[in-house]
Design a protein around this ligand. Structure first.
Ligand SMILES: NC(=O)c1ccc[n+]([C@@H]2O[C@H](COP(=O)([O-])OP(=O)(O)OC[C@H]3O[C@@H](n4cnc5c(N)ncnc54)[C@H](O)[C@@H]3O)[C@@H](O)[C@H]2O)c1
Length: 327
């Protein structure tokens, strides 16, 4: 029997890429999204496929969820709000907590395995690198808006474990590290790379927060998709947390220069530094972020294979096409 999978946040960056791969693999996929930060264009090629069904709905509406889904094998729960950069933190806190509670309730009733998408942001400011799944969580104060995202995901992770313990619900947690690729959001919501690509294509200054020496690792979306599906299909992943990310650490300013060089090889990069004090919400940055992915390597055979030199040109080409379409 064909297995049925619900992907929440299906019109978003990771959700749409996962749904496409799952349909290719022969699964029957149901997608939910309220299109608050997702785009019809991300699922347009999926729409005509007989193994894909889309429902425009809000994950905060428990009745819609239980009324539409009674038989599922897996739920990949990706719908969420991220770091609140442009507004207060209320949506991030409420959507991520109430929405996840609804998804876990649905999964409990219909006995579906859940893969919950968490984030590297929950390791916060922990100075001990690389981050292992059992590393400590070190966050800043509650009046710093950005930590609301990490806090909401930490609450969600606890909720996942509580459902696992009390109801024996199979739940796995994936902590993603900095994704990029086609279907990414073109604003800061999608990460620095989308903004840098946008600026370089339009010959504008690339905004760098602080001095740009803060580091990240960047994971091409195909690798994120592979890691997530391995977690979903694994017989041993229930009750486990996995870091999924690439290992190459790069300073944000070097990423900006690399992107500029790929788009405008003969020109000096245009860079504008923005002091942290000018970013709203008392913004605080994470100065270094690198995953230890040995658990995913050993238990799942996961390895991020796509290097920036390969993934960025594909992402740039996609972004170029999207901007052309928008004109
Ligand atoms: N992209 C990354 O690098 C990254 C890193 C760490 C964690 N994550 C996590 O992975 C998941 C997916 O991230 P993404 O980058 O694809 O984000 P995204 O914003 O592109 O996708 C999320 C989708 O959820 C939808 N959504 C939001 N609120 C909803 C609601 N109330 N009801 C229904 N749909 C709703 C949005 O419309 C959007 O399409 C999120 O949970 C995010 O926290 C992503």
């Amino acid at each position: 029997m064909t297995k049925k999978i619900l992907v929440t946040g299906v019109a978003g960056f990771i959700g749409s890429n996962i749904a496409s791969r799952l349909v290719e693999m022969g699964y029957e996929v149901f997608g939910v999204d309220n299109l608050s930060n997702g785009f019809e264009r991300n699922i347009e090629t999926l729409r005509g496929n007989k193994n894909f069904t889309f429902l425009k709905a809000d994950i905060r509406d428990a009745e819609i969820l239980s009324g539409n889904f009674s038989k599922l094998d897996y739920i990949l729960h990706l719908a969420a709000y991220k770091i609140p950069r442009y507004s207060d933190s209320l949506d991030t806190l409420m959507i991520n907590t109430h929405g996840t509670e609804n998804i876990l309730e649905l999964a409990r009733k219909i006995e579906a395995k859940v893969v919950f998408s968490s984030t590297s942001d929950i390791y916060g400011k922990n100075p001990s690198l690389p981050f292992k799944e059992d590393s400590n969580i070190v966050l800043g104060q509650t009046n710093v808006r950005r930590w609301a995202y990490a806090v909401s995901k930490i609450f969600d992770e606890h909720l996942c474990f509580a459902y696992h313990e009390r109801y024996n619900l199979p739940v796995s947690i994936v902590r993603y590290f900095g994704g990029y690729g086609p279907h990414q959001n073109l604003t800061w919501w999608g990460g620095p790379q989308s903004v840098f690509i946008d600026c370089a294509l339009s010959n504008n200054e690339m905004p760098i927060h602080g001095d740009g020496l803060q580091t990240r690792t960047f994971t091409y979306v195909d690798d994120m998709v592979s890691g997530t599906i391995k977690i979903m299909e694994s017989e041993r992943s229930a009750g486990e947390v996995f870091n999924i990310g690439a290992k190459r650490e790069i300073a944000i300013i070097d990423l900006a220069r690399m992107i500029w060089k790929m788009i405008r090889p003969k020109e000096e990069p245009k860079i504008k530094k923005i002091p942290y004090k000018d970013i709203s919400g008392k913004y605080e940055d994470v100065m270094r972020r690198v995953p230890d992915v040995s658990k995913a390597e050993e238990m799942l055979g996961f390895n991020a294979e796509i290097q920036l030199e390969e993934g960025l040109p594909k992402t740039i080409q996609w972004q170029r096409d999207i901007l052309k379409r928008a004109k």
